[in-house]
Ligand binder design. Structure first.
Ligand code: ADP
Ligand code: MG
Length: 614
């Protein structure tokens, strides 16, 4: 069974496989490697790729393109771009996931991507005469957890066994065999259809690490098409074009643009509505139109290099990726900016898919390719810590690329507490008990301090081998404790899947349980503070006030034994409210003390720090 590599692009997608020790892209029935990332929804079923784009102008509202932009995004983020879309966002009350309206139903970007992935899986099945074993799918280096998770889910929905997500620039670097150099710093310049990404990679001991990324999510070959389309429309005397006419102009422009990559002139014969155009565009005309756009990419390049704390001179090589880097002006501008000829002999449309296939092949374990390539992996399930009330506080989210590091500061919640128990868990559930327990350890030797004063910094580090170390440090005293764990060890794919399914099935109940526990924890804190104040400052109480406060406190305590979180929350609020005058008197008294030279204000500020501390 062969493993496949998939480049799931914004504009175009490809699938590749290693055969006879060499990576190659798999072709469709007409010999094309590229599958446009377009899905057209019919009354029943879908058309994917070239078939979806055929006559797209007439079916703009049901032909979905560029949905990768919305993977893992919320409706609000999508609405901000709505006016640039030729399809409609759906009306929905759930703003967490983007939904696009197609006819009388709505679909999510994950479902649309799954259609594209399914078409590639079918292509692989036909070419290989067997279902692919597993798949490596590439994602932009800047994709966050939600976007990576969405990509993984799309793969699963398409029936793929997703072995790994791989960063696109890393895939391109692998395709060029750069890992064989054992070390170096590389810039990967990726100009696609609608997006520009620049990534600075550092190779060390065969491991690629992303030092920085920058780019522009609205800059790419589509801009070249629009600029040239505007020129063509103006040559044909059309002053305002929309819908079908605009699409026709863009199609003519794209064809001319591609022709100009190899030729000095391109003939355009097209009709835009009632206007007919027959003209010639020279490469110089085209370059004059797009030069400012091409030069805009250099701004991001500078930023990425600066973010990596490097200089252009530190870059050992530049890799060209993306169909738009075929444009001669782009190559020229990049060469000038980096002061060196970029790597560009591998087809820039295919280079990411080829690298993904090589990585997929290495994962079969019987690869003829270099076996010693250690590559960025991801954390399969979130890693976190059990905090007060048994709630999980996630530090490293699922699908984060490794190596990964995160830290969070906690504090104690009991006066004079000298030790804290730390419980490291892995999983997506709200309650720690429902997640997988990885390790328990204790931080001892904290000097007795009032609750809330110690600052306990917990650091999670997952190294390139997937080995995790957790360190807890009490910051005032430097007291430290450490434990090592293997987070993904023994986590089989089906176990991961089961845990994810459970977390989705139980999401609502989990949230309720968490909120109940949080309500109790909050009530507990208020109660403790009130009791302490009543005991310590009884002298500040007015006639009968103590009894009144005590009655509310008792009611809250009784409610805490039950499971009605609304009642607990309401009584907590009430207790807060009725104790306000008393609290005010205490603050005034503390102020008096402070004026007498004691730093009560500072103490008060520290005492009010919540658990976990921020
Ligand atoms: P993405 O990664 O965003 O899916 P691609 O890397 O496939 O995109 O790049 C698609 C872009 O490349 C499109 O704008 C397309 O017009 C452009 N392109 C493809 N071939 C050529 C060519 N020969 N000359 C100029 N541009 C090209
Ligand atoms: Mg791409």
């Amino acid at each position: 069974m062969s493993n496949i590599g998939i480049d799931l692009g914004t504009t175009n997608s490809l699938v590749a496989v290693v055969m006879g020790g060499k990576a190659r892209c798999l072709l469709d029935d007409e010999g094309r490697a590229i599958l446009p990332s377009a899905v057209r929804y019919l009354d029943e079923g879908v058309l994917v790729g070239h078939a979806a784009l055929h006559d797209a102008a007439a079916h703009a509202a049901t032909t979905l393109t560029s949905v990768k932009r919305f993977m893992g995004r919320s409706m609000d983020e999508a609405r901000a771009e709505a006016d640039q879309l030729h399809y409609n966002l759906a009306e929905t009350d759930d703003d967490r996931v983007v939904r696009v309206q197609v006819g009388d139903r709505s679909v999510t970007p994950i479902e649309v991507s799954a259609e594209i992935l399914r078409a590639l899986r079918e292509r692989a099945n036909e070419c290989l005469l067997a279902e692919p074993g597993g798949a490596v799918i590439t994602v932009p280096a800047y994709f966050d957890d939600a976007q990576r998770q969405a990509t993984r889910d799309a793969g699963k929905l398409a029936g793929l066994n997703v072995l790994r997500l791989l960063n696109e620039p890393t895939a391109a670097a692998i395709a060029y065999g750069l890992q064989e150099n054992s070390q170096g710093v590389y810039a990967v310049y990726d100009l696609g259809g609608g997006t520009f990404d620049i990534s600075i990679l550092q190779l060390e001991d065969g491991v690629f690490q992303v030092l920085s990324t920058a780019g522009d999510t609205h800059l790419g070959g589509d801009d070249f098409d629009r600029l040239l389309a505007a020129e063509l429309l103006s040559r044909s005397g059309v002053t305002e074009a929309r819908g079908g006419v605009l699409r026709a102009a863009i199609e003519a422009a794209e064809a001319a643009k591609k022709a100009l990559t190899d030729a000095d002139t391109a003939a355009v014969n097209a009709t835009f509505g009632d206007a007919a155009l027959s003209t010639t565009v020279t490469r110089a005309d085209f370059e004059a139109l797009i030069r400012p756009t091409v030069e805009r990419t250099l701004v991001a390049c500078k930023r990425a290099i600066a973010d990596a704390e490097l200089d252009v001179a530190d870059i050992d090589g530049v890799v060209l990726v993306g169909g738009s880097t075929r444009v001669p002006l782009v190559r020229q501008v990049v060469e000038q900016a980096f002061g060196r000829e970029p790597f560009g002999d591998i087809d820039p449309d295919q280079v990411v898919a080829l690298g993904a296939a090589m990585q997929a092949d290495i994962l079969t374990g019987s690869s003829e390719l270099a076996e010693d390539v250690l590559l960025m992996d991801i954390v399969p399930l979130s890693l976190g810590l059990e905090t007060m009330g048994g709630v999980t506080e996630k530090l490293i989210w699922r699908c984060s690329p490794i190596p990964a590091a995160a830290s969070e500061t906690f504090t104690t919640h009991v006066d004079g507490q000298t030790a804290v128990d730390l419980h490291v868990v892995q999983g997506e559930r709200e309650m720690a008990a429902h997640n997988r327990s990885l390790a328990r350890f204790k931080l001892t030797g904290i000097p007795p301090m009032p609750a809330g004063l110690p600052r306990i910094k917990v650091e999670f580090l997952v190294d390139a081998d997937g080995i995790m170390t957790v360190t807890a440090t009490e910051e005032y005293t430097g007291t430290q404790a450490q434990v090592g764990v293997l987070p993904s060890y023994g986590l089989e794919e089906d176990e991961i899947e089961r845990m994810l399914e459970e977390s989705i099935d139980n999401a609502e109940a989990d949230v309720d349980e968490r909120m109940l526990i949080e309500a109790r924890v909050e009530a507990e804190q208020i109660l403790r503070a009130v009791r302490k104040a009543l005991a310590g400052d009884a002298a500040l109480l007015a006639e009968g006030e103590g009894e009144r406060l005590q009655a509310v406190a008792d009611a809250l305590e009784a409610a805490m034994a039950g499971a009605d979180r609304h009642r607990i929350a309401e009584l907590s609020r009430k207790l807060d409210e009725v104790t306000a005058p008393f609290a005010q008197r205490r603050i005034e008294r503390d102020l008096q003390l402070a004026l007498q030279g004691q730093d009560a204000l500072e103490v008060a500020e520290k005492l009010s720090r919540p658990t976990p501390a921020s």
